[in-house]
Design a protein around this ligand. Structure first.
Ligand code: PHE
Length: 345
């Protein structure tokens, strides 16, 4: 076999191996094997020195040509592999954020949070702002400024958790959202149209209708010329906006120290739509919350002139509202965190 044929065999074999390589890493190793110091081509080159000058030149050119063909094949294969590896790396790193993963349970807002959001939306649509206040309150905000002086019998309506902070019974967990009325009036001037949702606490043993932690939403309006008619109309408008057409509200006389006159407000029974059923005691009405005209002593506590301003307030339990709406007969279901219960809403 001539030298040229020898080279041809080396090149053909090399090209086949180059074509078979599948990674840039392997290709780099193969390159060393085919062209490096210990390669057949390097050995052939070393053998050139034993040839005569004339033959040496031709043999050298043949060797270089063979080497170039292998180099070109390595280069071309390298470009292909780099491109392929880049493409597969990009494919592997691809994040499809639109992907819907089936059969996976997704969480959602708690029923009480959904109700709170909807209540806020309903009032915001009526032009109200949303305000918040702290859950740990002073006696002054929770009682005193709301016209419950120390020893006032109406304090008995609220079984209070006191905190060990400051002088005895000076700091507590708010028993209702009404202290936020005081905070809103303290930090702003009338007119005020606000709702104040939040968590409240009473020292109750849990049973089907009581929890020591529950939620209320408070409403406060202070402006010129606000009357009891404004209160009744507002509650009626709210009831229809929240519960739907045909739902009405009514007021019954009641007592709260911070409103005068005061009332309880009822809404059309959500079960019988006012026909009269067992749940509403055949009255067609369900009691929702308390309300009334802001007491002049409350205005005095925040420095509003009761000759100029008048207003109304209302408040009701969000948990109770949710129970009525969905026919839940045990309030403890709301905090048991049983997924089978929560999933329904
Ligand atoms: N804060 C009262 C309660 O929790 C409810 C209420 C709010 C009454 C506003 C009148 C006006 O019992």
């Amino acid at each position: 076999m001539s030298e040229r044929d020898d080279h041809e065999v080396i090149v053909v074999e090399a090209l086949a191996r180059v074509a078979a390589v599948t990674t840039t890493e392997e290709l780099r190793e193969l390159g060393t094997e085919l062209l490096g110091r210990r390669s057949p081509l390097a050995r052939a080159k070393a053998g050139l020195s034993s040839l005569e000058a004339g033959d040496r030149r031709a043999a050298g050119m043949a060797l270089n040509a063979a080497r170039q063909r292998i180099e070109q094949a390595l280069d071309a294969r390298s470009q292909e592999l780099v491109a392929a590896e880049r493409a597969s790396r990009i494919a592997a790193e691809r994040l499809d954020l639109s992907e819907v993963v089936p059969n996976r349970r997704r969480g959602h807002l708690h029923l009480v949070t959904q109700a709170r959001d909807r209540l806020e939306d309903t009032f915001v649509a009526m032009g109200y702002t949303v305000a918040e206040g702290p859950e740990a309150e002073s006696d002054w905000y929770n009682f005193e400024a709301l016209n419950f002086p120390a020893g006032h019998p109406a304090r008995e309506m609220y079984d209070t958790f006191y905190l060990e902070w400051g002088s005895p019974e000076s700091t507590l967990l708010r028993t209702h959202t009404s202290p936020v009325q005081i905070r809103v009036m303290e930090r702003s001037e009338p007119p005020i149209y606000s709702v104040m949702p939040g968590r409240c606490y009473r020292l109750d043993t849990p049973d089907a209708s009581h929890l020591p932690v529950f939620h209320q939403i408070e409403g406060l309006v202070v402006d010129r010329g606000i009357t009891f008619g404004s209160l009744a109309g507002t509650l009626d408008a709210f009831t229809e906006a929240y519960f739907g057409p045909g739902f009405r509200s009514r007021l019954r006389p009641s007592y709260f120290p911070f409103t005068e006159p005061s009332a309880e407000f009822d809404i059309t029974c959500v079960f019988c739509k006012g026909e009269g059923c067992r749940t509403c005691g055949r009255t067609g009405w369900l009691e929702l919350g308390g309300c009334g005209m802001v007491h002049p002593n409350v205005f005095a506590a925040v420095g509003y002139d009761p000759e100029v301003w008048s207003g109304f307030a209302f408040g009701f339990g969000i948990d109770r509202l949710v129970m009525m709406r969905h026919g839940i007969d045990d309030i403890r279901e709301l905090i048991t965190n049983d997924v089978r219960f929560l999933e329904q809403f």
